[in-house]
Design a protein around this ligand. Sequence first.
Ligand code: PMT
Length: 405
Amino acid sequence: MSVLSGRRVLLGITGGIAAYKTVELVRLLVKAGAEVQVVLTDGASQFVTPMTLQALSGRPVRQALFDEAHEAAMGHIELARWAEIIVVAPASASFMARLANGFADNLLATLCLATAAPLCLAPAMNQQMWQNPATQQNVAVLRQRGVQLWGPATGDQACGEVGPGRMLEPDALLQQICAHFSSGLLAGARVLLTAGPTREPIDPVRFIGNRSSGKMGFALAKAFVAMGAKVDLVAGPVTLETPSGVERTDVETATEMEEAVLGRVTSCDIFVGCAAVADYRPEIVADQKIKKNSEQMAIHLVRNNDILATVAALPDGPFTVGFAAETQSPETYAEKKRIAKKIDMIAANLVGAQEGGFERDENALTLMWAGGQVVLPMADKGELAKQLVKLIAEHYENRHTIKNT
Ligand code: PMT
C-alpha cells in the first residue's frame, strides 16, 4: 500500500506558467491513493482550467472565497480542517508576500491562515523576482514560521532567463509529500551513501575508472528520502541530477571519497557503500601528459584504503551495507566480503552480463546478512532500490531494538 493511501492533500495552485506541471502532480497523487482537493487562485485559472483539475482529482475545484454553496456551512474552515497537508505549487512571489503578511483576501490565502496542517510551498518565478530582497525577506519570515519550502530549482526558465526560480518537477514534489507522510522505519534516520565510480589520475588527461553510472546509488538515495531518511550522498563523477531532498558532495578519486565519507560518518545511522571504488591508484601521477616514447610502459599501482571496511571498524559505527560487483559466483564472493569487511549486510550483483549491473536501468540483487539472504529479481533500479531500502530499514530497526533492550 502506498504511503499516500487515503491521505488528504489540499493542493493550492497560484498564477504562474508552472501551474501546468501541477496538473501532472494531481494525477500522480491520485494514482498514489491520495485524496486531493484542488484550490485555485484567480491567477492560476489563467493558466489551467478547473475542468481539467476536477476531472483528474475527482472533486470539484474550489476557487471563490465567497461561494454561497459552500460558505453557508463555513466551507473554508471545514476545508482548512480537512487538509492533512497544504501544498502550494506553484507558489508565486505575490502569493508568498500575501502569506508573509497574513492577508486573507482569497480562498487559498485564507485556508493557509486558518489551517493547523503543515504548509509547504513550491516557489516558481523569474530568477530576479526570487532573488529580490523583498521575496527573500518573505521567504525568511515564512521559514521562521515553520513553512516548508521545496525548491526552487535552478535552470532554464520559461521567460528565457537562467537561474533559481524553477518549480520542482511533479515527481520530486510527490517524493517530498511521500517523505512527509512516511512514518516508516527510517523517519528521522541519517543515511550516508556513496554512488558512482571513482577516477584515479595517471596524468592530467588520463585516469583509471570503471563503468558505474551512479544509477543504482542515486535510486537508493531517492528511496531513502521517500522512507523519511535524511540522506547525504557522496558521488563520484556521474551525470545524474541530485534527487530531491538529498545533500550531495561530488568527489573524483577514492581518496577524496574516503575523506568525504569519514568527515560525515560520525553523524550517520546507516552507511551504504554503493560506489564502485577503485581498489588501486597509480603511485605516481605525472605532472604532464605522458608521451608514447617506448613500446611498452608500466604503471605502478598502490592499494586504496577500503572505505566500507574502515567505516565498519569504527567504534560505535553505523549500520553498514556494502555491495559486491562480481562477474561470477556473486553470492559466494559477496559472502566472503561481508565477513572480511565485518559489515551488517551486502548486496551481491552480477556485472558484465547481458542484463543488469553497470550502466543499465535494471538490476538484480541478492541481499545477504548473517544467517539469511533474499533474492531481488531483475527490475528497474528505482523499484529495486525501494525493495532494498525496505529490507535495510527492517534489519536496521531490529539491530536498533536489540541494542536498546
Ligand atoms: O552505478 P551503476 O551503473 O548503476 O551500477 C551499479 C553498481 C554495479 C556499481 C552497484 O550495484 C555495485 O555493485 N556497487 C559496488 C561496486 C564495487 O565496487 O564492488 P566491489 O565488490 O569492488 O566492492 C565491495 C564493496 O566495498 C562495495 O560496497 C564498495 O563500495 C566497497 N569498497 C571497495 C573498494 C574500496 N577501496 N572501498 C570501498 O568502500
